[in-house]
Write a protein that binds this ligand. Sequence first.
Ligand SMILES: Cc1cc2nc3c(=O)[nH]c(=O)nc-3n(C[C@H](O)[C@H](O)[C@H](O)COP(=O)(O)OP(=O)(O)OC[C@H]3O[C@@H](n4cnc5c(N)ncnc54)[C@H](O)[C@@H]3O)c2cc1C
Length: 492
Amino acid sequence: MKKVTIIGSGLGGLATAMRLAHKGHDVTILEKHQTPGGRLNVIYKDGFKFDLGPSFMSMTYELDELFNSIGRKNPVELVELDPLYQVFFEGKEKPRLIYKNLTKLEEEFRDIEPDLAAKVDRYLTRAGQFFHDTEDKVVKSNFDSYLGYILKLTRVPLKHLPYLFKTMWSEVNKTFTSEEVKVIFSLVAFFLGSTPFQTPAIYSLLNYTEMRHNGYWKVSGGMYTLVEEIIKILAEMGVKIYYNTEIKGFNKINGRLDSVVDQNGKLWRSDIFISNSDAAAFRGQVLGRKKFREEKLDKMHWTLAPFTIYLGVKGSIDKLMHHNYFLGSNFKGYAETIFTTSISPQKPYYYVNVLSKSEKTVAPEGHENMFILCPVPDLRFKPDWSDREELAQNIIDDLSARVGFDISSNIVSKTILDPNDWAESLNLYKGSGLGLAHDIDQVGAFRPKNKDEEFSNLYYVGASTTPGTGLPMVIISSRLVSERIGNELADV
Ligand SMILES: Cc1cc2nc3c(=O)[nH]c(=O)nc-3n(C[C@H](O)[C@H](O)[C@H](O)COP(=O)(O)OP(=O)(O)OC[C@H]3O[C@@H](n4cnc5c(N)ncnc54)[C@H](O)[C@@H]3O)c2cc1C
């Protein structure tokens, strides 16, 4: 049995704690924030329960695997979203509903895209082949060297090679005729930290995971129920969690990490350490590694920052569903400038989640619980968010007009978080919401590794190490790091 210390209680940290405690290790978690969950967190305010960040998940079998690996049944109830979401295009009264069922999808777009079902079927079949040909070889593997990674890549069937050299936009452009369908199929590129005009076509595998493979799911009671259930299990397993404890420094002995040091100078000793703090930023900011100093980190590609608004609203907004996207016009122009602009978007694109549509417990009776997410440039490009109230009002006014409901006059609870808040409260590098982007030179063996380069007893888990960002990916990350630790302990 080893003493294991995990720095951070994001889903990656919590999942790793469960796996290692189940193996009999003595696990402690040190968390900077006052509550567990990291980005998968919660705001209780004015009688509302708002999910802080994630509002859905895909690849839910990864969650089942996590609980099965510790001999338990998944304690949360998952509900599939059907339709997946609706998309409002600027100037169009009627939103488009996005269904997994291709017959229904074809019917929805009959006026603008002939033979949609056959086209989507072809597109998803191709993306699905790529997903299944790479899932185990690339996504779910630990790599020890660039060579090992390249060798694994050579086992991916050659027919997928053109996918690497084409952009996602060129794929959708070739497949569909209507601009609206092209835009809808290319939105997923933003989740990866890129635009469809830059990201390689391989990432159409995300269309496959959302539209065919597993779909989108929400957690009954709100996403945070997942964290609450995990915390109960960790308590039963004897895992200790210390909140308001930020690791700022370290001590080393003979090539090993001896202790980490919190903001009050307290030393935390352990046999094994795992950082769930951002794998790139932690190396630079806490360990002082040259390869990850600020100038180097700033040159890496990061995903967009979140600008989020949590509203409690009196009344019922009938035009909204659980999951809604509001898009402007000039998609290409928006995509090309949004990552690097230094001004708040005048015509923002945003996402609205209305949890109260399906969960009665998250809002007082007769009220809606709304979460609005507007992806914005990170703090490298726009450090000053003193215009946050104007941006929030701009979004609320736009939303009110598009759904025909006066939101401003009915607000009973309002919280705004800008990229500075996200950066400060959870140590997200320059406020980037999903961590490091997924360009070809930032995935696989090129992503910050889950094993430290210098300290033999330091490991990493979470969105900016392998395999990548999003709830299912950080669960896979916890499996990969736990396997690595298990293998290394067996070798001793
Ligand atoms: C607004 C938003 C919406 C999202 N929506 C979705 C979605 O719908 N579906 C989906 O699958 N994914 C979504 N994501 C992505 C998903 O939330 C993340 O990929 C995932 O939660 C990351 O988990 P993690 O374990 O890597 O780390 P985090 O959640 O970032 O947790 C890391 C923890 O470490 C703590 N920490 C950091 N540094 C230190 C330190 N030095 N000392 C002590 N503690 C420290 C932090 O406080 C934090 O609690 C969303 C993200 C955001 C921001």
